[in-house]
Design a protein around this ligand. Structure first.
Ligand SMILES: [Zn+2]
Length: 398
C-alpha cells in the first residue's frame, strides 16, 4: 500500500453517503453498512482475520504466535457528521491498514485494527458506542434510546444483523490490552500555522457544558427609565465578554465558548426579563470557580439573579507516557520537529483510556478546517505520518 492507495480509498469512502449532495454517513444507515463491507474487504485483503461485531465495528486481527500475547488496538472511526469532510476518521483506519499490511515478522503481540462505528453520535446523540463495546463499558440501558424516527438502538443493531444480547462478548477484557494507538487529523489550525505535518497528542481536554440563566425584570421599552431597569440581556452580554476575558487570561489551560443565547419572550419593545445561554469550557484541567465568582459579581451589581447549571462533564484524559515516548522517538527518527498538543475534540481514545494506555498522533489538515467539506490533507503529510506510524510499530515490536 502507499499514499496513492490511501488517497484512492479516502475518495472511495467519501462516495458512500446517505445524501447525494454531501457526505453524511451516520451509524446504522445503508451508506454506513455499505462502507463497513468495503472496509471489511480491505482488512481481508491486508491479510487480517476480519469480521463485523455486533454493534457494527469492523475489526481485523493479526495474530501473534506468542501464547502470552496481549493486543495492541490500532483504530479510528468511519461514521461521520452531517455534511462532513472525508478525512475525519477514515484516515486513521487506512493508515492502520497500511502499517499492518506491511508487517512480515513474527509479532510479540496481537494487533487489532478497529474501524469504530459511532464516534460522532449523530443518530442517537451518543458518543463512542463502538469503543464502549470494545472496552466493556457499554450501558445496556442505551439500547432503548430512540433516533428521530423512533427506531431504538437495539432495533438498529438488529437491522444491521447484530445481536444486542451478544454485545458483552465483543469486548477485549482489560487484562488483554497492551495499548491503543489512533491517528487522526488535528481538526485545529496549530500544525497548519507551524508548518509541521504531525503532532503528539499529550491528552484530550475535559469538557464542562453548562446552561447559564439570567433573570431580571421584563418591562416596557418606552416607559421604564434607564436607571430603573433589570435588563437580563445586558447583564448576559457583560458576562459573555467576561467569559472571553477569563479564558484569554488562562489561554494556556482552557478555551471557553458561549454558543447559544436565548432571550425568553424577546421582543423589540420589551426589556429582556430572562436570558438563557450555553457555556462550553474545555481544558486539561477545568476549574471554573474563579469564573463563577466573576459572573456572580456582575449579576449582583446589576441586580440580576443568576443560575449556573452544569449539563455535562467529561473528565480530561492523559495519554500514556511510555507509549507517547515511543511515538516521540518514532517522530525523531523521521527528522520531524516534535510538537505536543492537547486535543480539544473528543476521540474514541477517551473511552479506551478507562481501561488501557492510549496514545495518539495528529496529522495536519488544511487551515485546521474539520466537520466541513473543505477538510483536506496533503499527500506529503500522509507520507510523513505513515513513516512515523511504521517507525512507531517497529519500535514497539522491538
Ligand atoms: Zn473524528
Amino acid at each position: 500500500m502507499s499514499t496513492a492507495t490511501i488517497l484512492a480509498r479516502i475518495q472511495a469512502l467519501a462516495a458512500i453517503s446517505e445524501d447525494h449532495h454531501c457526505l453524511t454517513r451516520t451509524f446504522g444507515s445503508m451508506a454506513f453498512m455499505k462502507a463497513s463491507q468495503v472496509i471489511l474487504g480491505w482488512m481481508q485483503e491486508a491479510g487480517l482475520s476480519a469480521r463485523i461485531d455486533n454493534i457494527g465495528n469492523v475489526r481485523g486481527r493479526l495474530i501473534s504466535k506468542n501464547p502470552h500475547a496481549r493486543t495492541l488496538v490500532f483504530a479510528s472511526h468511519f461514521d461521520t457528521v452531517v455534511n462532513a469532510g472525508k478525512w475525519d476518521g477514515p484516515l486513521g483506519i487506512l493508515m492502520a491498514l497500511d502499517v499492518v499490511s506491511s508487517l512480515e515478522m513474527d509479532l510479540p503481540f496481537h494487533i487489532e485494527v478497529v474501524a469504530f462505528c459511532d464516534e460522532e453520535g449523530v443518530r442517537f446523540h451518543t458518543t463512542y458506542l463502538g469503543s464502549k463495546v470494545l472496552t466493556g463499558a457499554f450501558d445496556r440501558q442505551q439500547l432503548e434510546i430512540q433516533d428521530a424516527g423512533g427506531t431504538t438502538l437495539g432495533d438498529a443493531i438488529r437491522l444491521m444483523g447484530g445481536s444486542p444480547e451478544l454485545l458483552a462478548a465483543d469486548q477485549i477484557p482489560p487484562a488483554q490490552w497492551l495499548g491503543y494507538f489512533e491517528i487522526h487529523i488535528e481538526q485545529g489550525p496549530v500544525l497548519y500555522e507551524k508548518h509541521i505535518p504531525v503532532a503528539i497528542v499529550t491528552g484530550i481536554a475535559g469538557q464542562q457544558r453548562s446552561q447559564l440563566v439570567f433573570k431580571g425584570m421584563a418591562g416596557h421599552a418606552g416607559t421604564v427609565p434607564m436607571t430603573m431597569r433589570q435588563d437580563a440581556l445586558c447583564c448576559a452580554a457583560e458576562c459573555i465578554v467576561m467569559v472571553e476575558q477569563w479564558a484569554m487570561q488562562h489561554r494556556d489551560k482552557v478555551v471557553a465558548t458561549v454558543g447559544t443565547l436565548q432571550v425568553v419572550h424577546g421582543a423589540s419593545n420589551v426589556i429582556p426579563g430572562e436570558v438563557v445561554c450555553s457555556l462550553d469550557v474545555r481544558g486539561e484541567h477545568i476549574d471554573t470557580t474563579e469564573l463563577s465568582h466573576l459572573l456572580t459579581a456582575i449579576c449582583e451589581k446589576r441586580n440580576i439573579s443568576f443560575e449556573w447549571n452544569i449539563v455535562q462533564e467529561t473528565r480530561p484524559v492523559k495519554c500514556n507516557e511510555e507509549l507517547t515516548g515511543v511515538l516521540e522517538n518514532a517522530i525523531q527518527s523521521t527528522g520531524i520537529e516534535i510538537v505536543k498538543l492537547v486535543s480539544g475534540a473528543g476521540h474514541d481514545a477517551v473511552a479506551v483510556s478507562a481501561i488501557a494506555p492510549v496514545c495518539m498522533l495528529f496529522v495536519r489538515c488544511f487551515k485546521g478546517i474539520s466537520h466541513h467539506p473543505l477538510e483536506d490533507v496533503e499527500p506529503a503529510d500522509i507520507e510523513a505520518s505513515l513513516q512515523v506510524a511504521h517507525a512507531f510499530i517497529q519500535q514497539l515490536i522491538r
